[in-house]
Design a protein around this ligand. Sequence first.
Ligand code: ASP
Length: 595
Amino acid sequence: MQRFDRSSHCGKVTEQLLGQDVSVAGWVHRRRDHGGLIFVDLRDRSGLLQVVFNPDFSNDAHAFAHALRSEFVIWAKGKVVRRSTETINKDMATGSLELQVEQLKILSKSKTPPFAIDELSSQVDEELRLKYRYIDLRREEMQQRIALRNKVIFLMREFLHHDGFYDIETPVLTKNTPEGAREFIVPSRISHGSFYALPQSPQIYKQLLMAGGMEKYYQVARCFRDEDLRADRQPEFTQLDMEMSFVEEGDIQDMIERMFVHLYKHLYNQDLQIPLPRMTYDEAFTKYGSDKPDLRFGIDIRDCTAWFTGTELKFIKAVLDKNGKVGALHIPENSYKFSRSELVNWVDKAMELGAKGLVWMRLTDDGKLESPIGNFLSDDFVSQMKKTFPELQNGSVVFLIAGKYTEAWTLLGRLRLRLAKELNLIPADSGFHLSWVTDFPLFDHDEETGGWTSTHHPFTSPQANWENQTPGEMKARAYDLICNGVELGGGSIRIYDADVQSRVFDLLGISKEDAQKRFGFLLESQLYGFPPLGGIALGLDRLVMLLSGANSIREVIAFPKTARGYDPLMDSPTTVTSEQLLEYGLATVKKPVNK
Ligand code: ASP
Protein backbone atom coordinates (compact mmCIF):
# COMPACT_ATOMS: atom_id res chain seq x y z
CA MET A 1 0.00 0.00 0.00
CA GLN A 2 1.41 3.38 -0.98
CA ARG A 3 1.36 5.98 1.75
CA PHE A 4 2.62 9.52 2.01
CA ASP A 5 5.82 9.62 4.03
CA ARG A 6 4.96 12.15 6.75
CA SER A 7 5.95 11.07 10.21
CA SER A 8 5.09 14.30 12.06
CA HIS A 9 3.23 17.56 11.69
CA CYS A 10 5.43 20.66 11.86
CA GLY A 11 3.92 22.11 15.02
CA LYS A 12 3.90 18.74 16.75
CA VAL A 13 7.64 18.15 16.75
CA THR A 14 8.69 17.92 20.39
CA GLU A 15 11.80 17.14 22.43
CA GLN A 16 10.74 13.49 22.41
CA LEU A 17 11.71 13.33 18.75
CA LEU A 18 15.24 14.64 19.41
CA GLY A 19 17.81 12.73 17.41
CA GLN A 20 15.16 10.94 15.36
CA ASP A 21 14.55 10.99 11.64
CA VAL A 22 11.37 12.87 10.90
CA SER A 23 9.57 13.64 7.65
CA VAL A 24 7.35 16.72 7.38
CA ALA A 25 5.44 18.51 4.64
CA GLY A 26 3.97 21.97 4.30
CA TRP A 27 4.31 25.48 2.98
CA VAL A 28 7.42 27.65 3.01
CA HIS A 29 6.34 30.34 5.45
CA ARG A 30 9.60 32.28 5.60
CA ARG A 31 13.02 31.64 4.12
CA ARG A 32 16.32 33.12 5.21
CA ASP A 33 19.16 32.33 2.83
CA HIS A 34 22.50 32.97 4.48
CA GLY A 35 24.36 31.37 1.57
CA GLY A 36 26.09 28.76 3.71
CA LEU A 37 22.93 27.99 5.69
CA ILE A 38 19.35 28.27 4.56
CA PHE A 39 16.57 28.46 7.14
CA VAL A 40 12.96 27.81 6.30
CA ASP A 41 9.99 28.15 8.64
CA LEU A 42 7.84 25.34 7.38
CA ARG A 43 4.11 25.65 8.04
CA ASP A 44 1.27 23.18 8.11
CA ARG A 45 -2.06 23.25 9.93
CA SER A 46 -0.43 22.45 13.25
CA GLY A 47 2.06 25.32 13.19
CA LEU A 48 5.66 26.09 12.25
CA LEU A 49 8.93 24.20 12.34
CA GLN A 50 12.33 25.58 11.45
CA VAL A 51 14.04 23.38 8.88
CA VAL A 52 17.72 23.97 8.14
CA PHE A 53 19.63 23.26 4.97
CA ASN A 54 23.32 22.84 5.59
CA PRO A 55 25.72 21.49 2.96
CA ASP A 56 27.33 19.42 5.75
CA PHE A 57 24.17 17.32 6.07
CA SER A 58 23.20 17.22 2.43
CA ASN A 59 24.80 19.05 -0.41
CA ASP A 60 21.91 18.23 -2.76
CA ALA A 61 19.17 19.42 -0.45
CA HIS A 62 21.12 22.58 0.30
CA ALA A 63 21.73 23.34 -3.36
CA PHE A 64 18.09 22.70 -4.12
CA ALA A 65 16.88 24.90 -1.24
CA HIS A 66 18.18 28.07 -2.90
CA ALA A 67 15.19 27.82 -5.21
CA LEU A 68 12.62 27.80 -2.40
CA ARG A 69 10.25 30.77 -2.23
CA SER A 70 7.28 31.72 -0.05
CA GLU A 71 4.34 29.33 -0.31
CA PHE A 72 6.19 26.58 -2.16
CA VAL A 73 4.89 23.25 -0.93
CA ILE A 74 7.74 20.98 0.09
CA TRP A 75 8.54 17.69 1.74
CA ALA A 76 11.61 17.38 3.90
CA LYS A 77 13.22 14.61 5.89
CA GLY A 78 15.98 14.89 8.42
CA LYS A 79 17.04 14.76 12.03
CA VAL A 80 15.43 16.71 14.87
CA VAL A 81 18.08 18.62 16.81
CA ARG A 82 18.15 21.20 19.53
CA ARG A 83 18.78 24.79 18.40
CA SER A 84 21.76 26.65 19.75
CA THR A 85 20.78 28.79 22.76
CA GLU A 86 21.02 32.09 20.89
CA THR A 87 18.64 30.95 18.17
CA ILE A 88 15.85 29.68 20.43
CA ASN A 89 12.53 31.33 19.53
CA LYS A 90 10.24 31.53 22.56
CA ASP A 91 7.26 32.65 20.45
CA MET A 92 7.19 29.43 18.51
CA ALA A 93 5.91 26.16 20.02
CA THR A 94 8.74 24.29 18.33
CA GLY A 95 11.15 27.20 18.89
CA SER A 96 13.85 25.21 20.68
CA LEU A 97 14.15 22.62 17.92
CA GLU A 98 14.95 22.40 14.24
CA LEU A 99 15.14 19.83 11.51
CA GLN A 100 18.50 19.21 9.83
CA VAL A 101 17.32 18.40 6.36
CA GLU A 102 18.86 15.49 4.49
CA GLN A 103 16.24 15.14 1.75
CA LEU A 104 14.05 17.75 0.11
CA LYS A 105 11.32 17.52 -2.49
CA ILE A 106 9.49 20.46 -3.98
CA LEU A 107 5.90 19.25 -4.29
CA SER A 108 4.62 22.42 -5.89
CA LYS A 109 5.81 25.91 -6.62
CA SER A 110 4.00 29.15 -5.91
CA LYS A 111 3.82 32.46 -7.65
CA THR A 112 4.40 35.40 -5.32
CA PRO A 113 1.17 35.43 -3.29
CA PRO A 114 -1.08 38.52 -3.61
CA PHE A 115 -0.57 39.22 0.10
CA ALA A 116 1.76 37.89 2.75
CA ILE A 117 0.47 35.06 4.90
CA ASP A 118 1.54 36.80 8.09
CA GLU A 119 -0.11 40.09 7.15
CA LEU A 120 -3.05 41.11 9.34
CA SER A 121 -6.43 40.79 7.66
CA SER A 122 -7.13 44.45 8.37
CA GLN A 123 -4.19 45.38 6.15
CA VAL A 124 -5.43 43.48 3.10
CA ASP A 125 -8.35 44.51 0.92
CA GLU A 126 -11.23 42.19 1.74
CA GLU A 127 -12.23 41.52 -1.84
CA LEU A 128 -8.66 40.46 -2.58
CA ARG A 129 -8.75 38.14 0.41
CA LEU A 130 -11.95 36.58 -0.85
CA LYS A 131 -10.70 36.23 -4.42
CA TYR A 132 -7.73 34.29 -3.07
CA ARG A 133 -9.57 32.78 -0.14
CA TYR A 134 -7.55 29.56 -0.38
CA ILE A 135 -4.47 31.65 0.40
CA ASP A 136 -6.25 33.78 2.98
CA LEU A 137 -7.33 30.62 4.80
CA ARG A 138 -3.69 29.72 5.33
CA ARG A 139 -3.24 32.69 7.64
CA GLU A 140 -3.02 31.77 11.31
CA GLU A 141 -6.01 33.93 12.25
CA MET A 142 -8.25 32.14 9.74
CA GLN A 143 -6.87 28.73 10.66
CA GLN A 144 -7.82 29.43 14.27
CA ARG A 145 -11.30 30.66 13.40
CA ILE A 146 -12.10 27.66 11.24
CA ALA A 147 -10.69 25.36 13.92
CA LEU A 148 -12.88 27.06 16.53
CA ARG A 149 -15.92 26.70 14.28
CA ASN A 150 -15.18 23.02 13.90
CA LYS A 151 -14.83 22.63 17.66
CA VAL A 152 -18.05 24.48 18.42
CA ILE A 153 -20.01 22.40 15.92
CA PHE A 154 -18.45 19.20 17.21
CA LEU A 155 -19.32 20.07 20.84
CA MET A 156 -22.88 20.90 19.90
CA ARG A 157 -23.28 17.66 18.00
CA GLU A 158 -21.72 15.77 20.87
CA PHE A 159 -24.11 17.31 23.36
CA LEU A 160 -27.19 16.83 21.19
CA HIS A 161 -26.30 13.26 20.33
CA HIS A 162 -25.98 12.37 24.02
CA ASP A 163 -29.21 14.21 24.73
CA GLY A 164 -31.08 11.94 22.34
CA PHE A 165 -31.33 14.16 19.28
CA TYR A 166 -31.30 12.75 15.74
CA ASP A 167 -29.31 14.58 13.08
CA ILE A 168 -31.74 14.69 10.15
CA GLU A 169 -31.27 16.41 6.80
CA THR A 170 -34.16 18.25 5.22
CA PRO A 171 -34.49 19.27 1.56
CA VAL A 172 -32.76 22.28 0.08
CA LEU A 173 -35.08 22.27 -2.91
CA THR A 174 -38.35 23.12 -1.29
CA LYS A 175 -41.41 25.32 -1.37
CA ASN A 176 -41.59 28.83 -0.08
CA THR A 177 -42.07 29.21 3.67
CA PRO A 178 -43.21 32.54 4.99
CA GLU A 179 -40.60 33.59 7.49
CA GLY A 180 -40.43 37.15 6.43
CA ALA A 181 -37.53 37.18 4.03
CA ARG A 182 -37.52 37.00 0.24
CA GLU A 183 -36.49 33.62 -1.10
CA PHE A 184 -34.11 32.37 -3.71
CA ILE A 185 -36.00 30.46 -6.34
CA VAL A 186 -34.77 27.64 -8.55
CA PRO A 187 -36.46 27.01 -11.88
CA SER A 188 -37.56 23.48 -12.68
CA ARG A 189 -36.24 22.17 -16.02
CA ILE A 190 -38.82 19.42 -16.12
CA SER A 191 -41.79 21.56 -15.32
CA HIS A 192 -41.36 24.91 -17.03
CA GLY A 193 -42.81 27.83 -15.10
CA SER A 194 -42.51 26.00 -11.78
CA PHE A 195 -39.94 26.88 -9.17
CA TYR A 196 -38.47 25.43 -6.05
CA ALA A 197 -37.50 27.78 -3.26
CA LEU A 198 -34.35 27.48 -1.18
CA PRO A 199 -35.29 27.25 2.49
CA GLN A 200 -35.09 30.31 4.73
CA SER A 201 -34.88 27.69 7.44
CA PRO A 202 -36.07 24.09 7.76
CA GLN A 203 -39.00 25.35 9.84
CA ILE A 204 -41.91 23.42 8.33
CA TYR A 205 -39.90 20.27 7.72
CA LYS A 206 -38.79 20.14 11.33
CA GLN A 207 -42.38 20.49 12.46
CA LEU A 208 -43.34 17.65 10.13
CA LEU A 209 -40.50 15.55 11.57
CA MET A 210 -42.22 15.90 14.93
CA ALA A 211 -45.47 14.77 13.30
CA GLY A 212 -43.35 11.86 12.07
CA GLY A 213 -42.54 10.83 15.62
CA MET A 214 -38.83 11.81 15.60
CA GLU A 215 -39.22 13.64 18.94
CA LYS A 216 -35.79 15.33 18.97
CA TYR A 217 -34.28 16.69 15.78
CA TYR A 218 -31.28 18.83 15.00
CA GLN A 219 -29.42 19.85 11.91
CA VAL A 220 -26.48 22.06 11.05
CA ALA A 221 -28.67 23.66 8.44
CA ARG A 222 -27.84 25.98 5.58
CA CYS A 223 -30.42 28.74 5.27
CA PHE A 224 -30.96 31.07 2.34
CA ARG A 225 -32.44 34.56 2.38
CA ASP A 226 -32.52 36.78 -0.66
CA GLU A 227 -32.62 39.99 1.27
CA ASP A 228 -31.14 43.33 0.42
CA LEU A 229 -27.84 42.79 2.04
CA ARG A 230 -27.13 44.70 5.17
CA ALA A 231 -23.60 45.11 6.43
CA ASP A 232 -23.20 41.77 8.08
CA ARG A 233 -25.72 39.53 6.35
CA GLN A 234 -24.95 36.66 4.02
CA PRO A 235 -27.36 35.28 1.42
CA GLU A 236 -26.60 31.84 2.81
CA PHE A 237 -25.73 31.18 6.41
CA THR A 238 -25.76 28.33 8.88
CA GLN A 239 -28.07 27.65 11.78
CA LEU A 240 -28.02 25.00 14.42
CA ASP A 241 -31.66 24.08 14.02
CA MET A 242 -33.54 22.07 16.66
CA GLU A 243 -37.05 20.85 17.38
CA MET A 244 -38.57 18.75 20.16
CA SER A 245 -41.94 17.15 20.83
CA PHE A 246 -43.86 17.19 24.13
CA VAL A 247 -42.19 20.34 25.42
CA GLU A 248 -42.91 23.76 26.87
CA GLU A 249 -40.69 26.87 26.74
CA GLY A 250 -38.71 25.78 29.79
CA ASP A 251 -37.70 22.46 28.20
CA ILE A 252 -36.20 24.11 25.13
CA GLN A 253 -34.47 26.81 27.16
CA ASP A 254 -33.08 24.29 29.62
CA MET A 255 -31.72 22.15 26.78
CA ILE A 256 -29.97 25.16 25.22
CA GLU A 257 -28.56 26.22 28.58
CA ARG A 258 -27.14 22.74 29.17
CA MET A 259 -25.63 22.84 25.70
CA PHE A 260 -23.89 26.12 26.56
CA VAL A 261 -22.65 24.62 29.82
CA HIS A 262 -21.06 21.88 27.68
CA LEU A 263 -19.55 24.48 25.32
CA TYR A 264 -18.14 26.60 28.14
CA LYS A 265 -16.67 23.58 29.87
CA HIS A 266 -14.87 22.33 26.80
CA LEU A 267 -13.92 25.66 25.27
CA TYR A 268 -12.92 27.57 28.40
CA ASN A 269 -12.97 25.04 31.23
CA GLN A 270 -15.52 27.30 32.92
CA ASP A 271 -18.77 26.47 34.67
CA LEU A 272 -21.50 28.56 33.14
CA GLN A 273 -24.11 29.47 35.74
CA ILE A 274 -27.60 28.44 34.69
CA PRO A 275 -30.48 29.19 34.54
CA LEU A 276 -29.55 32.23 32.48
CA PRO A 277 -31.19 35.58 33.26
CA ARG A 278 -34.60 36.08 31.66
CA MET A 279 -36.41 39.24 30.76
CA THR A 280 -39.68 39.81 28.97
CA TYR A 281 -39.75 41.68 25.70
CA ASP A 282 -41.68 44.50 27.37
CA GLU A 283 -39.09 44.83 30.10
CA ALA A 284 -36.21 44.72 27.61
CA PHE A 285 -37.78 47.42 25.50
CA THR A 286 -38.76 49.64 28.43
CA LYS A 287 -35.33 49.43 30.04
CA TYR A 288 -33.05 49.18 27.02
CA GLY A 289 -35.05 50.25 23.97
CA SER A 290 -34.20 46.98 22.27
CA ASP A 291 -35.32 43.36 22.03
CA LYS A 292 -31.68 42.29 22.28
CA PRO A 293 -30.26 44.36 25.11
CA ASP A 294 -26.54 44.47 25.71
CA LEU A 295 -26.36 43.76 29.43
CA ARG A 296 -22.62 44.15 29.81
CA PHE A 297 -23.12 47.66 31.14
CA GLY A 298 -25.74 49.07 33.46
CA ILE A 299 -27.23 52.18 31.91
CA ASP A 300 -30.99 51.89 31.48
CA ILE A 301 -33.72 54.09 30.08
CA ARG A 302 -36.06 55.79 32.54
CA ASP A 303 -39.36 57.43 31.89
CA CYS A 304 -39.18 61.11 32.82
CA THR A 305 -42.37 62.29 31.14
CA ALA A 306 -43.66 63.46 34.53
CA TRP A 307 -40.81 66.00 34.81
CA PHE A 308 -42.50 68.01 32.10
CA THR A 309 -46.13 68.10 33.23
CA GLY A 310 -47.43 71.56 32.30
CA THR A 311 -44.21 72.49 30.50
CA GLU A 312 -44.04 75.55 28.28
CA LEU A 313 -41.34 74.06 26.14
CA LYS A 314 -43.05 73.89 22.77
CA PHE A 315 -41.39 70.79 21.35
CA ILE A 316 -41.96 68.74 24.49
CA LYS A 317 -45.50 70.02 24.89
CA ALA A 318 -46.26 68.98 21.30
CA VAL A 319 -45.03 65.47 22.08
CA LEU A 320 -46.98 65.20 25.32
CA ASP A 321 -50.16 66.48 23.69
CA LYS A 322 -49.98 63.47 21.38
CA ASN A 323 -49.49 61.06 24.27
CA GLY A 324 -45.80 60.87 23.63
CA LYS A 325 -43.15 60.29 26.26
CA VAL A 326 -39.81 61.58 27.39
CA GLY A 327 -37.11 59.04 28.19
CA ALA A 328 -33.67 59.58 29.65
CA LEU A 329 -30.27 57.96 30.08
CA HIS A 330 -28.02 58.82 32.97
CA ILE A 331 -24.22 58.80 32.69
CA PRO A 332 -22.71 59.02 36.16
CA GLU A 333 -19.79 61.31 36.71
CA ASN A 334 -17.50 58.43 37.60
CA SER A 335 -18.20 56.73 34.24
CA TYR A 336 -17.35 59.68 32.06
CA LYS A 337 -16.68 63.38 32.48
CA PHE A 338 -18.05 65.27 29.48
CA SER A 339 -16.71 68.60 28.33
CA ARG A 340 -19.33 71.10 27.28
CA SER A 341 -18.42 70.79 23.60
CA GLU A 342 -18.73 67.01 23.85
CA LEU A 343 -22.24 67.41 25.23
CA VAL A 344 -23.12 69.63 22.28
CA ASN A 345 -21.60 67.09 19.88
CA TRP A 346 -23.80 64.36 21.27
CA VAL A 347 -26.81 66.26 19.96
CA ASP A 348 -25.44 65.76 16.44
CA LYS A 349 -24.63 62.15 17.15
CA ALA A 350 -28.18 61.49 18.34
CA MET A 351 -29.44 63.09 15.15
CA GLU A 352 -27.19 60.80 13.11
CA LEU A 353 -28.98 57.94 14.85
CA GLY A 354 -32.30 59.32 13.63
CA ALA A 355 -33.41 61.51 16.56
CA LYS A 356 -35.03 64.88 15.88
CA GLY A 357 -33.15 66.30 18.83
CA LEU A 358 -31.46 65.55 22.11
CA VAL A 359 -31.57 67.47 25.35
CA TRP A 360 -28.66 67.22 27.76
CA MET A 361 -28.65 68.20 31.41
CA ARG A 362 -25.72 68.27 33.76
CA LEU A 363 -25.42 68.80 37.46
CA THR A 364 -22.42 71.03 37.95
CA ASP A 365 -19.85 70.28 40.61
CA ASP A 366 -21.73 72.57 42.99
CA GLY A 367 -25.08 70.94 42.28
CA LYS A 368 -26.56 73.46 39.82
CA LEU A 369 -28.44 72.37 36.75
CA GLU A 370 -26.89 73.19 33.40
CA SER A 371 -28.86 72.60 30.20
CA PRO A 372 -29.83 74.38 26.96
CA ILE A 373 -33.43 74.30 28.24
CA GLY A 374 -32.40 75.35 31.75
CA ASN A 375 -34.46 78.56 31.64
CA PHE A 376 -37.66 76.58 31.24
CA LEU A 377 -37.14 74.31 34.21
CA SER A 378 -38.66 74.88 37.64
CA ASP A 379 -36.56 75.47 40.75
CA ASP A 380 -37.28 72.03 42.16
CA PHE A 381 -36.42 70.31 38.88
CA VAL A 382 -33.33 68.64 40.33
CA SER A 383 -35.34 67.06 43.11
CA GLN A 384 -37.73 65.67 40.45
CA MET A 385 -34.75 64.27 38.58
CA LYS A 386 -33.49 62.63 41.74
CA LYS A 387 -36.79 60.83 42.17
CA THR A 388 -36.24 59.12 38.84
CA PHE A 389 -32.47 58.82 39.20
CA PRO A 390 -31.74 58.46 42.94
CA GLU A 391 -28.11 57.82 42.02
CA LEU A 392 -27.75 61.27 40.42
CA GLN A 393 -24.63 63.07 41.66
CA ASN A 394 -22.86 66.34 41.00
CA GLY A 395 -21.15 66.01 37.64
CA SER A 396 -23.72 63.50 36.34
CA VAL A 397 -25.18 63.93 32.87
CA VAL A 398 -28.68 63.03 31.67
CA PHE A 399 -29.67 62.78 28.01
CA LEU A 400 -33.33 63.05 27.06
CA ILE A 401 -35.30 62.20 23.94
CA ALA A 402 -38.99 62.97 23.49
CA GLY A 403 -41.37 61.38 21.02
CA LYS A 404 -43.77 58.52 20.39
CA TYR A 405 -42.96 55.78 22.91
CA THR A 406 -41.63 53.14 20.51
CA GLU A 407 -39.71 55.62 18.41
CA ALA A 408 -38.20 57.54 21.34
CA TRP A 409 -37.25 54.35 23.18
CA THR A 410 -35.71 52.80 20.06
CA LEU A 411 -33.57 55.91 19.65
CA LEU A 412 -32.61 55.90 23.33
CA GLY A 413 -31.63 52.26 22.87
CA ARG A 414 -29.35 53.17 19.97
CA LEU A 415 -27.94 56.13 21.87
CA ARG A 416 -27.25 53.86 24.84
CA LEU A 417 -25.14 51.59 22.63
CA ARG A 418 -23.27 54.41 21.00
CA LEU A 419 -22.52 56.03 24.35
CA ALA A 420 -21.25 52.70 25.64
CA LYS A 421 -18.99 52.27 22.65
CA GLU A 422 -17.58 55.77 22.49
CA LEU A 423 -17.23 56.29 26.23
CA ASN A 424 -15.79 52.79 26.76
CA LEU A 425 -18.48 51.83 29.24
CA ILE A 426 -18.24 48.10 28.48
CA PRO A 427 -15.67 46.55 30.81
CA ALA A 428 -12.98 44.80 28.76
CA ASP A 429 -13.29 41.66 30.89
CA SER A 430 -17.08 41.40 30.73
CA GLY A 431 -16.93 38.23 28.61
CA PHE A 432 -20.13 36.77 27.21
CA HIS A 433 -23.39 37.82 28.76
CA LEU A 434 -26.05 35.31 27.77
CA SER A 435 -29.71 35.90 28.54
CA TRP A 436 -33.24 35.14 27.32
CA VAL A 437 -35.80 37.58 26.08
CA THR A 438 -39.31 36.10 26.26
CA ASP A 439 -42.98 36.94 25.72
CA PHE A 440 -42.65 38.71 22.40
CA PRO A 441 -45.67 40.24 20.73
CA LEU A 442 -47.28 37.72 18.39
CA PHE A 443 -47.72 40.28 15.64
CA ASP A 444 -46.15 43.49 14.43
CA HIS A 445 -48.31 46.18 12.98
CA ASP A 446 -47.55 46.93 9.35
CA GLU A 447 -47.89 50.70 9.07
CA GLU A 448 -48.01 50.53 5.26
CA THR A 449 -50.83 48.02 4.84
CA GLY A 450 -52.50 48.53 8.19
CA GLY A 451 -52.37 44.75 8.63
CA TRP A 452 -50.40 42.41 10.89
CA THR A 453 -47.23 40.43 10.28
CA SER A 454 -45.74 37.67 12.44
CA THR A 455 -43.04 38.87 14.81
CA HIS A 456 -41.36 35.45 14.52
CA HIS A 457 -43.19 33.26 12.01
CA PRO A 458 -46.81 32.22 11.57
CA PHE A 459 -46.32 28.82 13.24
CA THR A 460 -45.53 30.41 16.61
CA SER A 461 -48.12 29.59 19.24
CA PRO A 462 -50.00 32.48 20.85
CA GLN A 463 -50.05 32.63 24.64
CA ALA A 464 -53.16 31.61 26.58
CA ASN A 465 -56.20 33.87 26.44
CA TRP A 466 -55.35 35.14 22.99
CA GLU A 467 -58.92 34.59 21.81
CA ASN A 468 -60.01 37.50 24.01
CA GLN A 469 -57.32 39.91 22.87
CA THR A 470 -56.75 42.23 19.96
CA PRO A 471 -53.89 41.22 17.64
CA GLY A 472 -51.80 44.04 19.08
CA GLU A 473 -52.19 42.62 22.59
CA MET A 474 -51.48 39.00 21.76
CA LYS A 475 -48.22 37.61 23.05
CA ALA A 476 -46.21 34.80 21.49
CA ARG A 477 -44.74 31.74 23.17
CA ALA A 478 -41.43 32.83 21.68
CA TYR A 479 -37.98 33.38 23.12
CA ASP A 480 -34.67 34.73 21.87
CA LEU A 481 -31.22 33.95 23.16
CA ILE A 482 -29.15 37.11 23.44
CA CYS A 483 -25.42 37.55 23.88
CA ASN A 484 -23.75 40.94 24.29
CA GLY A 485 -26.48 42.75 22.39
CA VAL A 486 -26.57 40.22 19.56
CA GLU A 487 -29.45 37.85 18.89
CA LEU A 488 -27.83 34.43 18.87
CA GLY A 489 -31.03 32.61 18.11
CA GLY A 490 -34.70 32.37 18.58
CA GLY A 491 -37.50 29.91 18.69
CA SER A 492 -40.95 29.19 19.97
CA ILE A 493 -43.58 26.73 21.01
CA ARG A 494 -45.52 25.97 17.83
CA ILE A 495 -49.13 25.75 16.90
CA TYR A 496 -50.14 22.13 16.37
CA ASP A 497 -53.87 22.53 16.05
CA ALA A 498 -55.23 23.10 12.53
CA ASP A 499 -57.97 25.36 13.81
CA VAL A 500 -55.61 27.67 15.73
CA GLN A 501 -53.23 27.68 12.75
CA SER A 502 -56.06 28.67 10.39
CA ARG A 503 -57.13 31.49 12.71
CA VAL A 504 -53.59 32.84 12.86
CA PHE A 505 -53.37 32.75 9.05
CA ASP A 506 -56.64 34.61 9.03
CA LEU A 507 -55.29 37.34 11.35
CA LEU A 508 -52.31 37.65 9.05
CA GLY A 509 -54.68 38.39 6.20
CA ILE A 510 -53.99 35.08 4.43
CA SER A 511 -57.24 33.97 2.83
CA LYS A 512 -58.60 30.45 3.40
CA GLU A 513 -57.90 29.64 -0.22
CA ASP A 514 -54.38 30.95 -0.09
CA ALA A 515 -53.71 29.15 3.17
CA GLN A 516 -54.90 25.89 1.60
CA LYS A 517 -52.73 26.42 -1.43
CA ARG A 518 -49.60 27.30 0.48
CA PHE A 519 -49.95 25.34 3.70
CA GLY A 520 -52.70 22.80 3.01
CA PHE A 521 -50.21 19.99 3.68
CA LEU A 522 -49.37 21.42 7.12
CA LEU A 523 -53.00 21.98 8.06
CA GLU A 524 -53.76 18.45 6.91
CA SER A 525 -50.87 16.99 8.92
CA GLN A 526 -52.40 18.60 11.99
CA LEU A 527 -55.47 16.41 11.50
CA TYR A 528 -53.52 13.16 11.87
CA GLY A 529 -52.28 13.30 15.45
CA PHE A 530 -49.73 16.06 15.83
CA PRO A 531 -47.69 16.23 19.06
CA PRO A 532 -47.19 19.48 20.96
CA LEU A 533 -43.82 20.84 19.89
CA GLY A 534 -41.32 23.63 20.06
CA GLY A 535 -37.83 24.46 18.93
CA ILE A 536 -35.15 26.98 18.35
CA ALA A 537 -32.41 27.85 15.89
CA LEU A 538 -29.05 29.39 16.72
CA GLY A 539 -27.07 31.46 14.22
CA LEU A 540 -23.87 29.48 14.05
CA ASP A 541 -21.87 32.04 12.12
CA ARG A 542 -22.76 34.71 14.61
CA LEU A 543 -21.98 32.52 17.57
CA VAL A 544 -18.54 31.60 16.23
CA MET A 545 -17.95 35.25 15.35
CA LEU A 546 -18.63 36.27 18.95
CA LEU A 547 -16.56 33.47 20.42
CA SER A 548 -13.61 34.22 18.15
CA GLY A 549 -13.80 37.98 18.64
CA ALA A 550 -14.04 38.51 14.87
CA ASN A 551 -15.93 41.58 13.72
CA SER A 552 -17.90 40.03 10.88
CA ILE A 553 -19.52 36.68 10.12
CA ARG A 554 -17.49 36.66 6.89
CA GLU A 555 -14.44 36.04 9.05
CA VAL A 556 -15.77 32.71 10.28
CA ILE A 557 -17.20 31.33 7.02
CA ALA A 558 -14.76 29.50 4.77
CA PHE A 559 -16.14 30.92 1.53
CA PRO A 560 -18.39 33.90 2.21
CA LYS A 561 -19.84 36.35 -0.26
CA THR A 562 -18.98 40.04 -0.01
CA ALA A 563 -21.38 42.37 1.78
CA ARG A 564 -22.98 42.85 -1.67
CA GLY A 565 -23.61 39.14 -2.18
CA TYR A 566 -20.78 38.64 -4.65
CA ASP A 567 -18.33 35.77 -4.69
CA PRO A 568 -15.04 37.19 -6.03
CA LEU A 569 -13.41 33.76 -6.09
CA MET A 570 -15.78 32.09 -8.52
CA ASP A 571 -17.16 35.34 -9.88
CA SER A 572 -20.74 34.55 -9.08
CA PRO A 573 -23.55 35.24 -9.61
CA THR A 574 -22.98 35.11 -13.33
CA THR A 575 -24.94 34.93 -16.56
CA VAL A 576 -25.97 31.63 -18.16
CA THR A 577 -26.13 30.83 -21.87
CA SER A 578 -29.30 31.34 -23.87
CA GLU A 579 -29.37 27.55 -24.42
CA GLN A 580 -29.50 27.01 -20.68
CA LEU A 581 -32.27 29.56 -20.32
CA LEU A 582 -34.22 27.83 -23.07
CA GLU A 583 -33.89 24.48 -21.33
CA TYR A 584 -35.57 26.00 -18.31
CA GLY A 585 -38.18 27.82 -20.36
CA LEU A 586 -36.82 31.17 -19.18
CA ALA A 587 -36.05 34.49 -20.79
CA THR A 588 -34.33 37.39 -19.10
CA VAL A 589 -35.63 40.92 -19.32
CA LYS A 590 -33.87 44.15 -18.50
CA LYS A 591 -34.93 45.70 -15.23
CA PRO A 592 -37.12 48.70 -16.09
CA VAL A 593 -35.40 51.96 -15.23
CA ASN A 594 -36.75 54.05 -12.31
CA LYS A 595 -38.59 51.18 -10.73
N1 ASP B 1 -37.01 28.91 12.01
C1 ASP B 1 -36.77 29.95 12.96
C2 ASP B 1 -35.71 30.91 12.41
O1 ASP B 1 -35.04 30.60 11.45
C3 ASP B 1 -36.28 29.44 14.27
C4 ASP B 1 -37.29 28.64 15.00
O2 ASP B 1 -38.41 29.10 15.23
O3 ASP B 1 -36.92 27.51 15.40
O4 ASP B 1 -35.52 32.00 12.93
